[in-house]
Design a protein around this ligand. Structure first.
Ligand code: TRP
Length: 333
């Protein structure tokens, strides 16, 4: 809670390659959040360097991510959109919280185990303490809710544990946040292996539809989507490919599964796949138009970043100085 308003905070890695899974499962609904919450969306460039980055790519993706979020409907006048490294309180609170986090609990984090297996030549301390910086992100804003994918639930839980531990020693410091996970039905699966989640880092480009894919690419990818040997468009156990396409079609059009089955009665998979590709391309066209406009104006994006960082700093500074005072750090002004 901040100034009588409930707070929502989410962090996004600076990668412009967001998928329709990210769009349908999360971003599309973010704009409705600002009706109920004071919303912070932070591009987490400091988290990104826990694995090696090419500096020019990191810089470009930071701009792209901000532009894409704005193109998806996040209005910078209603939401605070900013870059993590522009608000130094994140790193400072991160250090303090390191001293309230146990080696054992960090060792149990699934993402650390996965990432250290994948980047065996660079198991750095930042990769290990990644969840502590994430806890600082969240706790700085006295956050009530954290909209995240299911893969980040464990990180929000450790954030709660850290906050509760701190509050036990220094009462009434942090709000304890709740994760908000999109419902199961919104999970969009890979077009090539429909039992697997659609992932922006999938090596098979045909498995994934990106928000910025052009129309022909979108239609081609849907045409190639893996289905089954049945021919009737209907939702059923074991028809993972068709179930996934029906979910995508239904989410873009608002039609129910029954309506979709009726619409494609007597038609084959080919017609259905083309229709899914078309509604997807139609829905993304205006997002892509706006994106082109935002990304071409660097000065405007920088002005947004600056404004966002100022708004965020105002809140972050208050929490950090409260924490520093409680800890016994001398404050001179
Ligand atoms: N770890 C998150 C991810 O990889 C990104 C993130 C960083 C985040 N800080 C956050 C998400 C704070 C929610 C809240 O997706």
């Amino acid at each position: 809670m901040f100034q009588d308003q409930l707070v929502s905070f989410s962090g996004v890695q600076p990668s412009g390659n967001l998928t329709i899974g990210n769009y349908l499962g999360a971003i599309k609904n973010f704009s409705t959040f600002s009706e109920k919450y004071k919303c912070f969306y932070c591009v987490v460039d400091e988290h990104a360097i826990t694995v090696r980055q090419v500096p020019a790519d990191l810089r470009r993706r930071t701009y792209e991510t901000l532009a894409l979020y704005m193109a998806c409907g996040l209005d910078p006048d209603k939401n605070t959109l900013y870059v993590q490294s522009h608000v130094h309180e994140h790193a400072e609170l991160g250090w303090i919280l390191n001293c309230f986090t146990m080696f054992g609990e960090l060792s149990r984090m699934t993402q650390f185990k996965d990432k250290s297996a994948k980047h065996a030549d660079n198991i750095n301390a930042g990769l290990f303490t990644y969840p502590v910086l994430m806890a600082a992100d969240i706790l700085l804003y006295q956050t009530d809710v954290v909209p995240v994918g299911i893969d980040q639930k464990q990180h929000v839980e450790i954030c709660r544990d850290i906050a509760e531990r701190f509050n036990q020693v220094f009462p009434d410091t942090f709000t304890i946040p709740e994760p908000v996970i999109p419902q199961q039905g919104m999970k969009i699966m890979s077009l090539a292996e429909p039992t697997k989640k659609m992932s922006k880092s999938d090596e098979n480009v045909n498995a994934v539809v990106y928000i910025l894919d052009d129309r022909d690419t979108i239609i081609r990818k849907f045409k190639r989507a893996v289905t089954d040997s049945d021919t009737v468009v209907r939702c059923a156990d074991g028809k993972d490919g068709i179930n996934n396409l029906m979910t995508i079609y239904s989410t873009f059009t608002g039609k129910t599964f029954d309506e979709i089955e009726r619409e494609f009665d007597g038609k084959g998979y080919g017609d259905f796949k083309l229709a899914v590709g078309e509604v997807c391309a139609d829905a993304l066209a205006p997002v892509q138009e706006k994106y082109k406009c935002f990304i071409s104006d660097k000065a405007q994006l920088e002005a947004q970043m600056k404004k966002g960082a100022e708004e965020a700093s105002y809140v972050a500074r208050r929490t950090l100085s409260k924490v520093q005072k409680k800890l016994g750090f001398v404050q001179v002004r």
